[in-house]
Design a protein around this ligand. Structure first.
Ligand SMILES: [Zn+2]
Length: 153
């Protein structure tokens, strides 16, 4: 009886092992179709939106004003695509508005204001706001919201 039980367990284990589907490891690929669709909705305004598999950046994306391009990391999922596009689009608006003076104009608030604009565009992922959020503060100050709203005009 014991031997039979061991055989049954072994068959079950073996059966489970061989019946498990074999998954190929997916190649990281940014969800560029969704990113580009959202960027087009908001307005490309001469910016080149590209998937960036070369820079191996830690951030989901970055904007390069020198080449007028928005680089989207290859790990940006479809779930994050619209939120990332909204945030980066806000950066393009900041740079369109202030050009080389963008960093000076926004100082430490460059990212949070881009995220506030992203939130106003109904992003579900706003990492800079999430870091500031407390019970007393929902993430953006009134001044930051005014600045963010100006980017949406
Ligand atoms: Zn940013």
């Amino acid at each position: 009886m014991k031997a039979l039980a061991i055989i049954v367990i072994a068959v079950l284990l073996f059966g489970l092992t061989i019946s498990e589907p074999v998954h190929a490891i997916p190649t990281p690929k940014a969800c560029m179709t969704e990113v580009l669709a959202r960027a087009a909705q908001l307005g490309i305004n001469g910016w080149l939106w590209i998937e960036d598999n070369e820079h191996k950046i830690d951030a989901a994306a970055f904007v390069d004003p020198a080449t007028h391009s928005v680089h989207i990391s290859d790990f940006v999922s479809c779930e994050l695509a619209v939120s990332v596009a909204n945030h980066e689009w806000a950066h393009t608006r900041q740079m369109d508005t202030y050009g080389e003076r963008t960093t000076a104009a926004y100082g430490d608030e460059l990212e949070i204001i881009a995220d506030c604009a992203s939130m106003l565009l109904e992003s579900t992922y706003t990492p800079y706001i999430a870091r500031k959020k407390t019970k007393e503060c929902f993430g953006c100050t009134q001044l930051q919201l005014i600045s963010a709203r100006n980017l949406l005009k």
